[in-house]
Design a binder for this molecule. Sequence first.
Ligand SMILES: Nc1nc2c(ncn2[C@@H]2O[C@H](COP(=O)(O)OP(=O)(O)OP(=O)(O)O)[C@@H](O)[C@H]2O)c(=O)[nH]1
Ligand SMILES: [Mg+2]
Length: 441
Amino acid sequence: MSDLPFQCKNLKEQVESILQLLQQEPTLHFQDITPVRTSLSKAISPKFEIVFAGAFSAGKSMLINALLERELLYSAEGHATGKECKIEYAELDKERVVLTFLSEAEIREQAVYLCQQLGFKIVTNINQADVINLLGKGCEAIIQQEGGESKSERAKQAKALMLLLEGYIANRDRINTVNNATYSMEQFNFSNLKEAASYARRGSNSAVLKRIDYYCNHPLLQDGNVIIDTPGIDAPVEKDAQLTYAKIQHPDTSAVVCVLKPASAGDMTKEETELLELMRQNGGVRDRVFYIFNRIDETWYNTQLRQRLDDLINVQFGNSNKVYKTSGLLGFYGSQIKQTNQLDRFGLDSVFAESIKGLDGNEETPQFIYAFNNYCVNSGKLSTTKFRVSVNGFETPNQNYVRILGDWGNELIEKLIQDSGTEEFRGLQLLLWRINTKMPV
Ligand SMILES: Nc1nc2c(ncn2[C@@H]2O[C@H](COP(=O)(O)OP(=O)(O)OP(=O)(O)O)[C@@H](O)[C@H]2O)c(=O)[nH]1
Ligand SMILES: [Mg+2]
């Protein structure tokens, strides 16, 4: 970490002596000094923790991937992130992942709570196969009764109990009775960070994991900068959502990036409004909260949606300079296909090799390729540019994509990245890093 400027040396002692003076003055006793203490501990901490929070599928994980220019975190439709993921710096040859499991006692405690909620007989021994089987059947019946796993609070709880028990059985020999066992990626035979992320994605494994720590080589993570990805604030497993709320209010949190979804929905959800309110009340980080309206590409095709978003931003944020609009999807894949060329069909045979594999030998179309073709012809972003692009009905989406990039190559990719807003967002990150390293902003 860089040296503190001269006036910040002995900051702790200086602030402490002012607080003591404050305490000695009877007329000032009513002052709450907690925010001062919180700010002090942040200012002198060697770590600068930036927490990404927001609704499920807002694109938190994708944005972090865009920032780090690699597919590190698991990002997918539905509820994808189930546990806190912390990303810290490592030298290139020391990249690694550490998985921390819940203890058997913690799992039992959760199982007992869920059984209570569901009106099941309380289970005190989660090692009895017949009891576990019976509970699993009970949960399935509830989910069916409710008409689907996310149809009601009760169905969500039944699903949570099922995943917890499945996760416990699958990972039983890795879980300690009272301690939180930790494992390196070698112990799991993962050959890279991404494989570890897939293992930890929401589901049964995630249900029994406490956290996952990535140590990753990227300049943005130097000087003690730490990025934290969290489950959606509206995650179906209440405990996951609570984790996010606890994290954004935790004294170690130095800045919060709220990733908001109204770009795709038009309005803020109840949870999103509550999140904003909570941030405004939080004296400790209030000045270091940033708002990202992600999935902005979806407003390019819908005038009404665009208008509603602009109105919302005007009303909620006025002309705040803390608001960004991004398309994590286009920004992330834009950065990935920059390294490709005609030989690997601009990433179809490398970046997208897994996602184009169809069942019957036919090639699938990756989500990004649809978004790219749409951007080219329907977004209006290229209408006043030199790029003359058409999408032909007689070609497949993948063929259109390869032909368009064959004609326009990197210049078009640069334009796409620029329109995705992720570069400006990177500017925000650089600003945060400067605050952290106490450089002039
Ligand atoms: N169109 C569009 N889709 C996006 C964008 N960013 C992410 N997505 C897609 O949205 C889905 C969810 O993205 P995630 O990154 O998993 O979202 P998240 O906020 O981490 O979601 P949870 O982990 O479930 O809380 C994925 O299918 C992404 O491909 C975007 O900017 N535009
Ligand atoms: Mg996520």
